[in-house]
Design a protein around this ligand. Structure first.
Ligand SMILES: [Ca+2]
Ligand SMILES: [Ca+2]
Length: 224
């Protein structure tokens, strides 16, 4: 009986030892896991703080950039307006100093000379080019009224649609004509379907004509 009791006690003691040992191990493992988790939480908190700081710094940078660009815009606009003012002043000074050769008339920065003899358009161009000028193109109502008064007769207009029918361009610069003053029904490309030059009548209305037609003309060049 004693032997049995001893064995039971020994078994109980063994079980207790095992239980204690396992409990310790478990406690230790839980404690490690807790420590690890705590460290990770700490790391995450630090990271979140860093991200928040970066976000705040970024927002401040954006605000600064906005302020800076508004300032720069204002500066640039101010600078642009100063430059424009200076250009305007220089133009006025230039216009005040500029002169036209004798016999030429001055109007809005250009010199004009009327040739009363009627010639075809190419001859008119040649005569004007000999004075470094061109057959007057007409770019505004003001210029049209001025040339009407100056010439008092039919004159060639320095435009043509020779290169592409119906596409009128300035002979001076080849640019598409923006200002026109065609009479009603004009341009009609009427004569032999080949009216590629233009004449302004004394009433200011424009008609397309064959370039071989003859007319008086006005040469035009910039004031020097
Ligand atoms: Ca034509
Ligand atoms: Ca015509």
């Amino acid at each position: 009986m004693d032997v049995l009791t001893d064995r039971v006690e020994a078994f109980e003691s063994h079980i207790e030892t095992m239980f204690t040992s396992e409990t310790r191990k478990l406690n230790s493992s839980i404690s490690h896991t807790l420590n690890d988790l705590t460290s990770e939480v700490k790391l995450l908190k630090t990271r979140i703080l860093q991200i928040e700081e970066t976000a705040i710094a970024f927002k401040e940078t954006v605000v600064d950039i906005r302020k800076q660009s508004a300032t720069n815009c204002a500066k640039f606009s101010n600078f642009e307006s100063k430059i424009n003012d200076e250009i305007q002043e220089m133009k006025m000074e230039l216009a005040a100093r500029a002169t036209c050769p004798s016999k030429w008339k001055t109007f809005m920065g250009y010199c004009y000379l009327l040739y009363q003899d009627a010639v075809n358009f190419d001859s008119a161009e040649t005569i004007c080019s000999q004075s470094s000028a061109f057959v007057a193109d007409i770019q505004s109502d003001d210029e049209l009224n001025y040339l009407k008064l100056l010439s008092g007769r039919n004159i060639w207009v320095g435009i043509t649609d020779r290169n592409a029918e119906g596409q009128w361009t300035g002979v001076r610069n080849g640019k598409r004509v923006e200002f026109t003053h065609w009479d009603s029904g004009q341009p009609n490309n009427f004569a032999a379907n080949d009216e590629d030059c233009a004449v302004m009548y004394s009433n200011g209305k424009w008609h397309d004509y064959e370039c071989s037609h003859t007319s008086a003309f006005v040469c035009k060049k910039m004031v020097m």
